[in-house]
Design a binder for this molecule. Structure first.
Ligand SMILES: [Cu+2]
Length: 366
């Protein structure tokens, strides 16, 4: 009861104070007869506009320059150079417009602050000016949009014949890569065949799947087209290999794809970073005690917030010379040979072929 009385008392006090403040404000207006239209806050705001323009502008450029070394991400694919150029052209064009319009915005707020006897200029129209600021942006934007559209259609066009195919599957929370094996044909899959072991739902009634293999790391040959066939098992993920300027959503129930040409081997990239003169790569990595360039790796990350473990979706990519790639490829053991129980899923008439393709002939005979 006492608490209630105290709370009610406090509330009444607040209401009373608010009313007093309001009465004071109203009598103030009466006293000056509505003449006081602009207080000193008008001037303060005008000055703050200029302070913001200069301080925030300086901060923006300072940050961009200081962090330059970190956001100049090395590029390692043919089309990546095209996308980088597009990015920088768009950034420069829109950057110039951004700077000009913001200087005007804040300068006008300062310059045309309230002044007692200032009179606004009546300036209803200027056709010439309107034509300029319509036609020029229209031409520039058309150029930007057209070059972007051209690059995008090239990049997302069909992969060339003979491209190396790798299936990339996203799930909470890991990427899995499946290679087609010696026949260079990816076996089909069916979500109904997914179980604890066969996490991709590989369909073993399809003979192309017998020699498919799933490595722990993605290997790619340099200077050869590679096609990623992308799918997701649960939610939206996004295949993101920033060094190849590759990003494509992985959507459940809707396969997507992306092809590209890696043009620098991991070893060559490490050398390049070492000699790049960029101090960022010379820094000692506290985890390894070695300079950062030494342990540089390409990687596949997820660019779609897909749940709690989103950050851990990382699969390393190693780009090697073609000879080395072929050697690695030939050494890989098929998934079926490592999970021989699944031979039981193979139709009876294909069992023999499956054992041969999967490379488990010997153990079957023994
Ligand atoms: Cu994800």
């Amino acid at each position: 009861m006492l608490t209630f009385a105290i709370i009610a008392g406090l509330l009444l006090l607040v209401v009373l104070l608010l009313l007093l403040f309001r009465i004071n404000a109203l009598t103030d207006v009466m006293k000056t007869e509505g003449q006081r239209r602009a207080s000193t806050s008008n001037k303060v705001n005008a000055v703050l506009m200029m302070v913001f323009l200069i301080a925030a502008g300086a901060l923006f450029f300072w940050y961009s320059i200081v962090r330059q070394n970190e956001y100049k991400l090395p590029v390692a694919s043919d089309h990546g150079i095209v996308t980088d150029n597009l990015f920088w052209i768009s950034t420069i064009v829109t950057g110039i417009v951004f700077i000009l319009t913001h200087i005007l915005l804040f300068w006008f707020s300062y310059r045309y602050q309230y002044k007692k006897n200032a009179k606004a200029l009546y300036y209803p129209e200027n056709n010439k000016l309107e034509i300029y600021w319509t036609v020029i942006p229209a031409i520039v934007l058309t150029g930007l949009v057209f070059s972007g559209w051209k690059a995008w259609t090239d990049i997302t066009d069909k992969a060339p014949e003979g491209a190396e195919v790798v299936e990339i599957v996203g799930q909470q929370f890991q990427w899995t890569a499946r290679y087609p094996g010696k026949d260079k044909q990816l076996g089909s899959f069916d979500f109904r065949m997914i179980d604890e072991v066969n996490s991709l739902g590989i369909d073993f009634s399809d003979k192309s799947s017998f020699d498919d293999f799933i490595p722990r790391k993605i290997f790619l040959p340099v200077n050869k087209p590679v096609e990623f066939k992308i799918r997701a098992k649960d939610v939206l993920h996004s295949v993101y290999a920033p060094h190849f300027r590759l990003k494509m959503d992985a959507v459940p129930g809707m396969p997507t794809r992306f092809w590209f040409v890696p043009n620098t081997t991991t070893a060559k990239m490490r050398e390049d970073l070492k000699n790049s003169g960029n101090p960022f790569w010379q820094e000692i990595d506290p985890d390894t005690g070695e300079p950062k360039w030494k342990n540089f790796n390409y990687e596949l990350a997820c660019a779609e917030i897909c749940g709690r473990g989103h950050f851990s979706m990382r699969l390393l990519i190693e780009v090697v010379e073609e000879v080395e790639y072929e050697k690695w490829y030939a050494e890989q053991k098929s998934w079926l040979s490592m999970n021989e129980d699944y031979l039981s899923k193979v139709p009876a008439n294909l069992k023999e072929l499956a054992a041969i393709s999967a490379g488990i002939e010997n153990s079957a005979n023994n």
